[in-house]
Design a protein around this ligand. Structure first.
Ligand SMILES: [Zn+2]
Length: 624
């Protein structure tokens, strides 16, 4: 695809959890499972924002009319998460980390930090809003290969984790709620899918370099804003794998191109807008063998259908891999609590016969090129879901709608809710503004070196390959590596591969310190075992961590010396050093002699045995 010609605009938004206390209380987050200590139920209502309007995303959530249950755990929750107690002042460590991150990106910290409430009515926040604060604006990320503008850096609280959504009953776990997040947004000047991945990688590395971030799955989330000429900004949330990012961008471009083509086709067909004229088809489909239809009718629910004039063939039109326009409509139905829909481009199928399709068409008043959709749900949900479907179909005549979408595992995305506007923000009345000038001046923020610079330095200083240097950096073994490399005269590349490849392949039960490795490399340098035996030595030592390295090497039996040879060797050394023994006395001479023997033996005999023979030989120099 020619992204330049299509006018691809892409911006990244990264949310990174901080490993500090929660943002507005003294709890800290760890994953909770099992029976909660309490369950709290809520319903949420939309309120107008500062601009006096109700946000469309909020409205969509309320229209759904869901109720929410929250799992509360004493270990990680207090009344703040339940919105039963006002927020405490902002966690200082989080705030300082945000200042530091702003400095790392050369962004300007705002003079006064105002905590805002952002309306979020999907139930993920008990209060119906998420607290967020703008920390800095401007700035630039220079990641070696290229650079990208930074729009904003915010500090915000993470939401609850969804556990289960069953119809209109949604269950959340409160463990994560209130965890601090740094939110960094780039300008929309990313112009290729691959560049989006590079920027995400660089920002992630930079966040890690603050040394204040949580690690592991789910601790960093990437959202992508994508648009093309004539399309619309769609926000795709929750890309967790960096390598999926280029695909997500590509598929979103594909989708918007397909939707623009659909709009043209509707114009060519001169199709009229769809009307919210629903018909109950329970009677027509009463004898259908379709499982879904039978289950719906037996549970007292209904089947509602609506005509989509002139849309025949367009519902099966693919918009991204394995997703059709009909799939997009089904997403809208799901957002209103329906479990899905049937559309005429996929029927007869699913147990619905050609005769039944004809009967449905007749009831709905469909002409030749008309399509239809069916929803099998309670009347209330089916009506809301069809409303959403009709509104979406009619938008297809005008534009690509701006949407908030969820990233799928294959790189495609599904509709979540309308894109929120500015109407969802209003000030937090329980917290005072923070004078960032004063705070920032009193702080000494030492900006850590950029990761890509550190990798470059490692490469040059130790003559490592780029891959190896990067691996040392990413595995967070840089300090250990440098300590070892300074203490032992072994090829740095050998040290680096031992710390990465060798350790990774061994799956050791204990984590060795730099000192452990220094012992091993010194023994290697002293010729006590061969380079090839490093994995065996490490593995054996990890299994017997209380043993001395000498014993480990001996135990592995690298060419064990015979008892007789050992006796002979020791007696020779003693004979050569007669003068030394006489001059210094037995106790003072035994240590250097032990060293001489060990050097000869190279780990092929046990130190204890050597000492025993050595003592005997010194005391009876003429032989046994
Ligand atoms: Zn708390």
């Amino acid at each position: 695809m020619n992204y330049e010609k299509l006018g691809l605009m892409c911006g990244l938004e990264i949310h990174q959890q901080l490993d500090t206390g929660k943002l507005f209380c003294s709890c800290s987050f760890s994953m909770q499972e099992g029976n909660p200590d309490a369950v709290v139920k809520r319903k949420l209502h939309a309120v107008a924002g500062e601009l006096g309007e109700i946000d469309p995303a909020a409205m969509a959530a309320v229209q759904r009319g869901a109720s929410y249950a929250y799992h509360f755990y004493n270990d990680v929750n207090c009344l703040v998460e339940l919105d039963e107690e006002p927020p405490h002042s902002v966690n200082k460590e989080s705030l300082e980390t945000a200042y530091l991150f702003a400095k790392m990106l050369n962004a300007d910290v705002v003079d006064e930090i105002n905590i805002m409430r952002k309306t979020v009515l999907d139930g993920s926040n008990t209060s119906g809003f998420q607290r967020t604060a703008l920390i800095a604006t401007g700035g630039r990320l220079d990641y070696g290969k290229d650079s990208i503008g930074i729009q904003t850096i915010c500090l915000e609280e993470d939401a609850s984790r969804i556990i289960k959504a069953q119809g209109n009953e949604i269950i959340y776990n409160l463990d994560r709620l209130g965890t601090p997040l740094i939110e960094v947004a780039t300008t929309p000047h990313i112009h290729t899918p691959e560049q989006a991945r590079e920027v995400a990688l660089a920002l992630g590395l930079l966040l890690r370099a603050t040394k204040k971030v949580k690690r592991g799955i789910g601790t960093i989330r990437q959202d992508l804003n994508v648009s093309i000429n004539g399309g619309a900004r769609c926000e795709i949330k929750g890309a967790q794998e960096l390598n999926l990012i280029p695909k997500i961008v590509e598929y979103e471009v594909t989708r918007q191109v397909a939707l623009l083509a659909l709009k043209d086709e509707l114009f060519i067909r001169n199709a009229p807008r769809a009307i919210k004229d629903y018909h109950d088809l329970s009677g027509v489909l009463r004898n259908s063998v379709s499982n879904v239809i039978q289950k719906t009718l037996k549970s007292g629910k209904t089947i509602l259908g609506v005509k989509l004039p002139q849309l025949e063939g367009l519902l099966k039109k693919e918009v991204s891999p394995n997703r059709r326009f009909g799939t997009e409509l089904a997403d809208y139905a799901r957002s209103m609590g329906a479990s899905g829909l049937f559309h005429s481009d996929e029927l007869p199928n699913y147990g619905i016969t050609a005769e039944e399709v004809n009967a449905v068409k007749k009831t709905l008043g469909c002409a030749d090129r008309d399509a239809f959709v069916l929803i099998a749900e309670s009347k209330e949900i089916a009506e809301k879901a069809l409303d959403a479907v009709i509104e979406r179909v009619n938008l297809a005549f005008e534009k690509v709608p701006g949407e908030t979408r969820k990233a799928n595992a294959d790189g495609t995305s599904s509709y979540l809710r309308p894109i929120p506007g500015g109407a969802r923000m209003y000030p937090e009345t329980d917290l005072l503004a923070i004078d960032s000038g004063l705070e920032a001046r009193g702080l000494r923020l030492e900006v850590p070196a950029a990761p890509w610079e550190l990798i470059k330095n490692l490469e040059a200083k130790y003559r490592l390959s780029h891959e190896l240097a990067a691996e040392i950096y990413h595995s967070e073994k840089m300090e250990v590596f440098e300590k070892i490399a300074k203490s032992v005269s072994v090829e740095p590349t050998l040290i680096a591969t031992t710390l990465t490849n060798t350790i990774n392949s061994l799956n050791l039960e204990i984590e060795f310190s730099a000192d452990h490795f220094i012992h091993v490399f010194n023994a290697l340098k002293a010729g006590k075992f061969a380079k090839e035996a490093i994995p065996q030595v490490l593995d054996s030592w990890a299994k017997n961590p209380s043993k001395a390295l000498e014993q480990i090497i001996f135990g592995l039996g690298f060419e064990k010396i015979s008892h007789a040879d050992l006796e002979k060797l020791i007696q020779n050394i003693v004979a050569k050093n007669k003068a030394l023994i006489e001059e210094r006395g037995v106790e003072n001479a035994i240590k250097p002699l032990m060293g001489d023997v060990m050097k000869e033996v190279r780990g092929r005999a046990d130190g204890k045995l050597i000492m025993e023979i050595l003592r005997r030989a010194i005391n009876a120099p003429k032989g046994i």
